[in-house]
Write a protein that binds this ligand. Sequence first.
Ligand code: GLN
Length: 285
Amino acid sequence: MPRSVTCAEALADGAAVLRAAGVANARQDARLLLCYVLGCGIETIVGRSEQPVAADRRDRYRALVARRADREPLAYITGRREFWSLDLAVGPGVLDPRPDSETVVEAALASIADRQRPLRLLDIGTGSGCLLLALLAELPEAHGVGVDAGRAAVAVARANAGRTGLDGRACFVRGDWTAALDGRFDLIVSNPPYIRSADLAGLAPEVARHEPRDALDGGQDGLDAYRSLAPELRRLLTADGHAVLEVGFDQAKAVAGILVSGGMRVTAVHRDLAGVDRCVVASLA
Ligand code: GLN
């Protein structure tokens, strides 16, 4: 084994390991991991291809490549995920925010007539805090609560409130969803677990083996969370407030049906960038 390798060699080795493990964007991920270890930007690595990688960095890089080859999400390894232009921390035990969920933020903002109002926001099953923090970043007078049953999620969400400078207006609490909450909220958002239990094992290994099951498993038909949420939304929404719920690719109709049966009015369904119905907006009937 050579004592040192160049960046180009490290990249080629890492990409080969990842490709063999079935990682889709093997070279890109290898490049991101090498940049992470070297502490440099992705654009500078090209100019460094013949530079040596110090042995300690090389070993660290190989260890991270091995984690990625075990199909751990890249964001868990680097500890970072960009969401709605916020640089968020993520890690094991917390759902890695998806670009699809930005549709919830868009839909929630579209439901608000006056963004300067001192709105009260609630994010149920907040995970990394991504939805609540993105909304607070856009609504300068709003305050919000994020609840999650997971200890890791609440710790990460609190850290993200600090990182984004929104901790003065965001409060994250650990709880069995809405059980301990009282009062009413102008805007309630949620990306609840919505995968059918039987479909979980067939998801990408990154999701199935590494992401928290509690954030994904929506029960036999994937809709359990919506059935428990519906009465809670009625209890917790203000008269002119809106609830914006993320849904699975084929669930918008069923979720709208659950909300309507629960006495709510469905006011809109929004599509994600792929054209899939991604969230349902509802208000008190
Ligand atoms: N969007 C996630 C996925 O496809 C699921 C998130 C959820 O269940 N809320 O893996």
